[in-house]
Design a binder for this molecule. Structure first.
Ligand SMILES: Cc1cc2nc3c(=O)[nH]c(=O)nc-3n(C[C@H](O)[C@H](O)[C@H](O)COP(=O)(O)OP(=O)(O)OC[C@H]3O[C@@H](n4cnc5c(N)ncnc54)[C@H](O)[C@@H]3O)c2cc1C
Length: 357
């Protein structure tokens, strides 16, 4: 049985006195950000406009505010849920604390049906986006240099690396998000740290909603897109780890279209939380690597298998929100697995919930 929550009443409400937003489970991220931006507020979220707040927050929630505001689940203050027993509860640090811990990164569909989430918000301010393209031969150097520089940078700065293989490939793109009007300066700092001159370097200042739309792929990107994705969590971003990511990307079968590798840092506010403080375990690791393609499934699956193999020596697991079939839960939860299993056994002893893990 699939429960469709889209008709749940509630929507999005904002408590100005406490700075808290309460959001119905099935609300899509674009609605969340648009509605909060109208109040000059925001929460850390992911990039896809059509993703639901529930799945995102329950698995963690990695996005362009992560270094300054943490994961989506780190901003969670409480969650109302219907348990497999039929009981309706609200979990928080003070009530059903074990369930609250599990709902922050333990994956969707595991402990009960969450009906609404209450999040701490932050002020919606203008941000700069700086985009730097480095030549293809310098990709591994750019990844390693980016990682080290960002790891030590102010938490207000965020960045990701995109590498494309197949059609449209060529070099490595680094996108930085910085405080307004800081973009050009931070882009120069990054290039100097990498030690390679970018072939292109642009910066612009965006208001909050244009900033959100930029990562959504434009204001018109409201239709879900079909893709295949997987992930690896890189423990330490050494020079050889960076080279293995480049090698993994290049295993893409060239005539089959294109594929993109997206590297996001787990530093900054993400690592201010201890690994055992929420169910999301990757607080002391270097980066999440997402393998993404909209090409045919048979090519995608072959590439995923090759990419995982290429980075195996540096990978410590995967990100549960990029769930892959036939993958043990231990890959997603590391040292938090036993505690999650105990919470699941307590709240769903008969295994009523199904999450694909
Ligand atoms: C285009 C795209 C871009 C993405 N970008 C990012 C990104 O930038 N950062 C990131 O972290 N992730 C990203 N993701 C991954 C996304 O966070 C996950 O796919 C997430 O699980 C989607 O949640 P959903 O509620 O939309 O999907 P669903 O398929 O509805 O749910 C996902 C899982 O959660 C369970 N679930 C859903 N609602 C509830 C509920 N109310 N209570 C209990 N369980 C529930 C479901 O049973 C299922 O197991 C992206 C996904 C897409 C499609």
């Amino acid at each position: 049985m699939i429960i469709d929550l889209r008709q749940l009443p509630g929507g999005i409400s904002y408590d100005e006195d406490r700075g808290l937003a309460t959001i119905s489970a099935a609300t899509q991220l674009d609605s969340v950000q648009t509605s909060l931006a109208a109040q000059d507020r925001s929460i850390p979220s992911g990039s896809c406009p059509t993703v639901g707040i529930a799945g995102l927050a329950l698995g963690g929630g990695l996005g362009c505010d992560a270094r300054r505001s943490g994961l989506t689940c780190d901003a969670l203050v409480s969650a109302s849920a219907v348990l497999p027993s039929g009981e309706a509860i609200t979990a928080s640090a003070d009530d059903h604390a074990d369930l609250f811990w599990a709902l922050r990164g333990g994956g969707g569909g595991n402990f009960g049906v969450v009906t609404s989430f209450t999040f701490r918000t932050f002020p919606a301010t203008d941000r700069d986006i700086a985009t730097l393209v480095f030549p293809e031969g310098a990709t591994a150097q750019a990844i390693a240099g980016w990682h080290e520089w960002l790891h030590n940078a102010d938490h207000a700065i965020w960045g990701m690396v995109n590498i494309t293989a197949g059609s449209g490939s060529g070099g490595c793109t680094i996108v930085l998000a910085t405080p307004a009007r800081d973009g050009p300066g931070r882009a120069s700092d990054l290039s100097a740290a990498i030690g390679v001159h970018p072939v292109s370097n642009t910066s612009r200042t965006l208001n909050r909603i244009d900033f959100v739309h930029y990562f959504e792929g434009g204001a018109q990107a409201t239709q879900p897109r079909a893709f295949v994705a997987g992930s690896d969590i890189i423990g330490e971003m050494t020079a050889t780890a960076a080279e293995s990511i480049v090698a993994a990307t290049s295993t893409w079968p060239q005539p089959a279209g294109s594929a993109t590798t997206v590297i996001e840092s787990l530093s900054g506010s993400v690592s201010d939380v201890d690994s055992g403080d929420t169910a999301f375990p990757w607080r002391r690791q270097a980066a999440s690597v997402q393998w993404y393609t909209e090409a045919a499934v048979e090519f995608a699956n072959e590439w995923l298998a090759n990419a995982h193999a290429a980075v195996q020596a540096y990978s410590v697991g995967g990100y549960v929100n990029y769930l892959e079939p036939d993958t043990p839960a231990s890959r997603y939860f590391g040292d938090n697995l036993a505690r999650l299993a105990a919470v699941r056994q307590k709240y769903d002893p008969d295994g009523l919930m199904y999450s694909g893990m």
